[in-house]
Write a protein that binds this ligand. Sequence first.
Ligand SMILES: Nc1nc2c(ncn2[C@@H]2O[C@H](COP(=O)(O)OP(=O)(O)OP(=O)(O)O)[C@@H](O)[C@H]2O)c(=O)[nH]1
Ligand SMILES: [Mg+2]
Length: 340
Amino acid sequence: MSISNIESLIPKLLDGSKRALARAITLAENDPQSARELVELIHPHTGKAHVVGITGPPGAGKSSLVTELGLELRKRNLKIAILAIDPSSPFTGGAILGDRVRMRDLSGDSGVFIRSMASRGSLGGLAKATSAVVKLLDAARHDLILLETVGAGQAEVDIATQSHTTLVVEAPGMGDDVQSIKAGILEIADILVVNKADKPGASRTAKSLEMMLHLGPTGGTRHHGVIMDTPEVVMEKSADAWEIPVLKASAAEQTGISEIVDAILAHQSHLESTGQMVERNRQKYRSEIENILVERVLAQYLKSADNPDLDQLLDKLVQREIDPYSVVDNLLEKRQEARG
Ligand SMILES: Nc1nc2c(ncn2[C@@H]2O[C@H](COP(=O)(O)OP(=O)(O)OP(=O)(O)O)[C@@H](O)[C@H]2O)c(=O)[nH]1
Ligand SMILES: [Mg+2]
């Protein structure tokens, strides 16, 4: 798509046109050059939306919960966007979310925009495409953007990096022991939710999580996921520390939903009043820059695949005369020389 066509999308998108937004997202997903142009044009119009990441094990009820959170947020007159990243269930007629009937209520609402996105498998591809799409949703004046992703490996860490508030969803019976709850999850959670509270064992799961949070491996207090074990540090920082709530909810029976929304909004206020919002935004941009940088630098060096130097180095590598790290050193030095 030509630049002037992309430019003509922007005012419509800013004006709330869902069609223009959908079109821009498709462009950003499929064409890196368009993504870049869109980001350049909309960046000045971003920074208002609160981004909430929702992650957790497969089948914990993330999509069902997102649907309920969406309905509750709409009751409070907030405009929302939902982005399901790499949904494990196939996209069948728009039914990317849990309960179809509830989901239909939600998607029929003009204040709601729903979209799913599949990973592209390229290095940093999903994270980069996600940050472009989040910017588009932000510029389109959504108050909250809910990002759902299944808690597996890098994806959940990427989501936490892209979010202001990270919600980790667990369910009873999926591992009631402290040992089976992934340790890394506590490092990224701002709010913990035990969904399926209509089922037995929810209180036990919640207690396990509380125990992990409040005792921690060294018995210290947590601050930004870091264990503070010296009392002075705790005293000094406690005013700014966010107490991670452990909430029980049932998406199926629609209980505990407004409490989760309250916690999200309380966390948002907390970040703003303590100045931590600025810090989170800096971290978000830092990781965005890192993704772009990695991709660019890699592309540059891959270009040297046609490079006779690389050919010679590969010969030496095959002959065991040199090791791969030294090859990279060599390539980086060549680059420096070419610059200087
Ligand atoms: N009993 C009960 N079942 C629930 C609840 N929430 C979701 N479920 C069911 O759990 C199953 C998985 O729900 P989803 O919302 O698709 O879970 P998910 O975490 O989004 O799943 P993936 O995206 O596949 O990882 C579905 O059969 C839901 O109907 C709940 O609160 N109680
Ligand atoms: Mg889901």
